[in-house]
Write a protein that binds this ligand. Structure first.
Ligand code: FE2
Length: 434
């Protein structure tokens, strides 16, 4: 058995880690749009040897960033490097730009790491004024104020019995301006948050902290992560007022979300939340976060009546939802998603028309998160490109693929052949350098 045939799903096939590398010899097919001048970065777990195949869980795998630098229609370089942190664990979940700085991010207590556009990791602490550098992989940036809003939690606090999360605000210069404690006695896993004009949404859902949950479970593989599905937990969403810090709780159907598409307030003041909804996850017997399929769902939350109306928007499972980067908290029409399972389709969902357009990569490809990049002089919300890494099972290599978001089903505008495969991972961003 090759080491890539691990019984641990997250160490088999294209999950298996790769070595660090770099290349300037990159072959482009099609035509790379000249205005894509910048850097695409994607973070994900890439565990270092020795790896414990029984207990490895990707949420704890060492972070590795894959980057590709584009310039005026040319591909200058590709490289992949481990995230190195002056403060401990190298974040493995997301990488994004805020203000002038690029941050690698993870939830659960580890500090963000700052890197430059050559993918050098800097010995620079994030967020001046913050006592604790804990953060999240999924902050939301208000494109009007430049403020970054986050709900963060800390496994260190959870271990010490502190049932609380933090509503953290970072200003446009990267300085911490708020660290407000919200008491959540169940110690929930809070992977994502959402913003609207007036609120930050706090997801207090039934996946809660449980240290050593798998110690008695000797027969399964797939790894240990210290959370469990908690039947006793009342699922609810908090509408945390950004200014007053008052919070309004609304009970919702049992379920879990890793990722939202977006959220906003409509003209009646109702809060619209579009997201990928799991019915149930992290059962004791089935620790993998893939036990139930996620479906694109809308919750309409009424802050006055404290009610939630649920609507399933598509019956195909989908995940890794993204939206136009300037639309956090504003009404969106389009979302971009990956099919959960075979991974060989991207979806573009039109929330106004309630229809989904598919891009099919074919039976031998497995794609990763689709990232939308708006054109510089975009005339509409979807006037731009959708990009991502796509793995080819036949060649055991990956491409970087560029789609025209308005002609979503068409052949890609361009593909860049990479010298190695890019393992499945988590999230990435486009960094504009033009
Ligand atoms: Fe995520």
């Amino acid at each position: 058995m090759s080491k890539r045939d691990s019984e641990n799903k997250f160490l088999s096939g294209n999950w298996y880690p790769v070595e660090e590398s770099s290349s300037t010899e990159l072959n482009i097919s099609g035509e790379l749009p000249k205005e894509l001048t910048g850097l695409f970065l994607r973070n994900g777990p890439n565990p270092k040897e020795p790896i414990n195949h029984k207990n490895y869980h990707p949420f704890f795998g060492d972070g590795m960033i894959h980057g590709i630098r584009l310039d005026e229609g040319k591909a200058l370089w590709y490289k992949n490097k481990y995230v190195t942190s002056p403060l401990g664990f190298g974040p493995n979940t997301h990488v994004l730009i805020h203000g002038e700085k690029i941050y690698a991010l993870v939830e659960g207590g580890s500090a963000p790491v700052i890197l430059d556009s050559e993918m050098n990791f800097l010995d620079e602490e994030p967020f001046p004024a913050a006592e604790n550098k804990r953060f999240t992989a999924h902050p939301k940036i208000d494109s009007e104020t430049g403020e970054m809003h986050a709900i963060s939690y800390d496994f260190g606090e959870y271990v010490n019995g502190l049932g609380q999360v933090h509503y953290v605000t970072i200003d446009k210069n990267g300085k911490l301006v708020k660290d407000h404690v919200i008491e959540l006695p169940s110690r929930p896993m809070v992977h994502d948050c959402a913003i609207t004009k007036n609120y930050v949404l706090v997801f207090d859902l039934p996946v809660t902290f449980n240290l050593g949950r798998r110690e008695a479970d000797k027969n399964s593989t797939g790894g240990d992560y210290p959370v469990i599905w908690n039947e006793k937990h009342l699922p609810r969403v908090g509408l945390q007022n950004k200014k007053t810090d008052e919070i309004t709780w609304i009970e919702v159907n049992p379920g879990f979300l890793f990722h939202i598409v977006n959220s906003y307030e409509d003209e009646k003041g109702l809060v619209i939340l579009d997201f990928c909804r799991y019915e149930r996850l992290f059962d004791f017997e089935n620790p993998l976060p893939m036990g139930n399929k996620p479906y694109l769902t809308r919750w309409t939350l009424d802050p006055l009546k404290k009610t939630c109306v649920e609507e399933m928007l598509d019956d195909r499972s989908m995940e890794f939802s993204r939206v136009h980067p300037d639309y956090d908290g504003k009404k969106h029409r389009f979302g971009y998603l990956l099919n959960d399972g075979k991974l060989n389709n991207y979806f573009k969902h039109d929330f106004d028309e309630k229809k989904t357009i598919t891009h099919d990569f074919g039976p031998f490809k497995q794609a990763a998160e689709p990232v939308f990049i708006p054109k510089k002089n975009a005339k509409s919300e979807d006037d731009g490109f959708v990009v991502g890494f796509v793995y080819d099972k036949q060649t055991d290599l990956s491409d970087f693929v560029v789609l025209d978001a308005q002609n979503f089903s068409d052949e890609p505008l361009a593909k860049i052949s990479l010298p190695q495969r890019v393992p499945f991972g988590f999230h990435g961003s486009w960094i504009n350098l033009s």
